[in-house]
Design a protein around this ligand. Structure first.
Ligand code: ARG
Length: 570
């Protein structure tokens, strides 16, 4: 397929003698179609070329060599170069390709880069909170998109299944285990035991010592302690799995913190040999003030035990060796910004090839607030994610009953719509922004929501039904009939699909795809209301039905990458 953006970038690069990749990164797709199909903001080069944007624009326009069958016109508008492409070429190529390729937009070649994505990663024996839902959804979308683009991806659920808290939990269980039936709501009960034992520890030093002893025993592989820990872990995973089943989340590895417990010695040895370890208040730390991080990274507490950070360092070593990653991405809330800054710095002392330290990337996201005012904090008043998901499904069911009581497969559809709404909501705004979780708003079929996209897809389906699902063949349609603004708008969006996916991974920002699907849905709604699709002119009808089919296909593929399933009817 002609890559217009790339051809424009090459031509500008030659005219300005600036790297193509840099130019490519600056090229925009104007929101207003009156400003052409691609725009180059010349002010980006003002510094390098030491010229005013307007002059740069004129110079480029005068010197550029470009295929003028593909680029029909170049305009200068306030320091921007606007490029107008030959839409017939674009339409022809994009619409042909969509027919032949089931997974339109998918990278043609296998990309041999290795990507590790660490996401979800809840803590066992603790509630899976609404923040974990967000990493699960963002990480899952990145996982799907990297795969689609041909990368080698490993999804890791780095479970929080280790730490001194398990010494406490074991003690609490010893004391009160018989009061609780862990088969039902195990996490709630473990959390309660944990709260109780913490309170007791504050009152009674002996109990605290017992807890420490338990953790030591666990570290040494004591049978009883290990058995209890394993049970807490199994029960927790069983609960988490219910959420993963609802969301369709998959992992390639469940190596959590405990997996690294016997791998931290090596980390400490390497850091010691490097001479970067210091003692501070009994703890062993790496001082990072030289690189502007005022809080030191603790690798060993005063009681000799390692911490979260030490295990993360061991995980970096392990992942570099096992997966030979080009990128290792961590999706967590921005509360962990400092933690990742620290370990990424300390990782530079681990003697790894630069490739591995450069490939570390933290992908932070904002807080999630419930519309009821409840926060998802560490301080209790947790709302169970499983309940929220089920509430969304029930609400979807209620709406379906109201709007379309005769629908077949109501349960299945309600599940797709309810879950789709939640996933979309988590992805719709740029990830760093705080988010409000409001089930009614996310299920608004007319809003910028998951159900709106699903509904648009269902409309494309019903158009195809009207022609008995006889999708016209590309070779039979007349592209000339798809040159009106509404059609062109859709064609352009479809053409940009692959570029959008690349932007998502460049910025680790699935909201770009979420927004895109809203734009495409809106473009289709306009096309649908302004253009009569089923009409007397058979040629026109064929062309429009074909475009409808193409839109549906991209909506479905795009949504699937976000983790959203499309109902065929709703
Ligand atoms: N378990 C942590 C939490 O719930 C997240 C772990 C993220 N991954 C990592 N490698 N540190 O906050």
């Amino acid at each position: 397929m002609t890559d217009f953006k790339s051809e424009i970038a090459s031509a500008i690069a030659i005219a300005t003698k600036i790297e193509k990749s840099e130019i490519y990164g600056y090229i925009e797709v104007p929101k207003d179609i009156n400003n052409g199909d691609y725009a180059f903001p010349c002010f980006k080069l003002a510094k390098a070329l030491k010229k005013a944007p307007q002059t740069i624009a004129e110079d480029i326009k005068n010197n550029i060599t470009i295929d003028n069958n593909k680029i029909l016109k170049i305009d200068i508008v306030s320091g921007y170069l606007n490029f107008y492409i030959n839409k017939k070429i674009m339409a022809e190529e994009v619409l042909e390709r969509i027919e032949n390729k089931e997974d339109f937009g998918k990278a043609l070649a296998q990309n041999n880069k290795n990507i590790v994505i660490d996401y979800s990663s809840p803590n066992i024996a603790k509630p899976f909170h609404i923040g974990h839902l967000k990493t699960t959804v963002i990480g899952g979308a990145l996982y799907n998109i990297y795969k689609y683009l041909g990368y080698n991806v490993t999804g890791v659920n780095h479970l929080g299944d280790y730490g001194t808290q398990f010494g406490k939990l074991i003690e609490g269980y010893k004391l009160w285990g018989n009061e609780y039936d862990l088969e039902e709501n195990p996490i709630d009960k473990l959390a309660e035991i944990y709260k109780r034992i913490n309170e007791l520890c504050k009152e009674d030093e002996n109990v605290l010592n017992n807890c420490r002893e338990n953790f030591k025993l666990l570290e040494q592989g004591d049978e009883y302690c290990t058995r209890l820990w394993q049970e807490f872990k199994d029960l927790s995973i069983k609960e988490f799995q219910k959420i993963y089943d609802l969301l369709g989340t998959k992992f390639d590895s469940w190596n959590g913190e405990a997996f690294y417990a016997d791998k931290t010695d090596e980390v400490i040895k390497i850091l010691k040999d490097k001479g970067v370890l210091k003692e501070s208040e009994g703890a062993i730390i790496v001082d990072l003030s030289d690189v502007g991080i005022e809080t030191p990274c603790i690798v060993c507490k005063s009681n000799g035990s390692t911490i979260y950070a030490t295990r993360d360092l061991a995980a970096i070593l392990y992942r570099a060796r096992t997966y030979d990653y080009d990128k290792c991405i961590y999706v967590t809330s921005y509360e962990q910004n400092l933690h990742f800054k620290q370990i990424f710095e300390v990782a530079k002392f681990l003697g790894l090839d630069e490739k591995y330290t450069k490939g570390l990337e933290h992908v932070p996201y904002g807080f999630v607030r419930l519309s009821t005012g409840k926060m998802s904090t560490r301080l209790g008043n947790f709302v169970k994610v499983e309940d929220l998901l089920n509430d969304a499904i029930s609400e979807a069911k209620r709406i379906i009953e109201e709007k379309n009581p005769d629908l077949d497969n109501k349960e299945e559809t309600a599940k797709k719509v309810g879950i789709g709404a939640v996933i979309f909501n988590d992805l719709a705004t740029s990830r760093i922004k705080d988010e409000v979780f409001d089930i009614k708003a996310m299920l608004n079929f007319q809003g910028e929501t998951g159900p709106y996209i699903q509904y648009t897809y269902v409309r494309t389906n019903s158009v195809l039904e009207k022609v008995n699902n006889n999708k016209p063949k590309f070779k039979d349609i007349d592209i000339e009939l798809l040159q009106d603004d509404y059609s062109i708008n859709i064609i352009k969006l479809i053409y940009n699909f692959e570029d959008i996916l690349n932007q998502v991974i460049d910025k680790s920002e699935p909201s770009i795809l979420a927004r895109y699907l809203i734009d495409l849905s809106k473009a289709f709604s306009l096309f649908y209301s302004e253009n009569k699709i089923i009409c007397d002119d058979k040629n026109l009808q064929e062309a429009r039905v074909y475009l409808t089919y193409a839109t549906g296909k991209v909506l479905k593929n795009g949504a699937k990458l976000l983790g959203i399933e499309m109902p065929e009817k709703m």
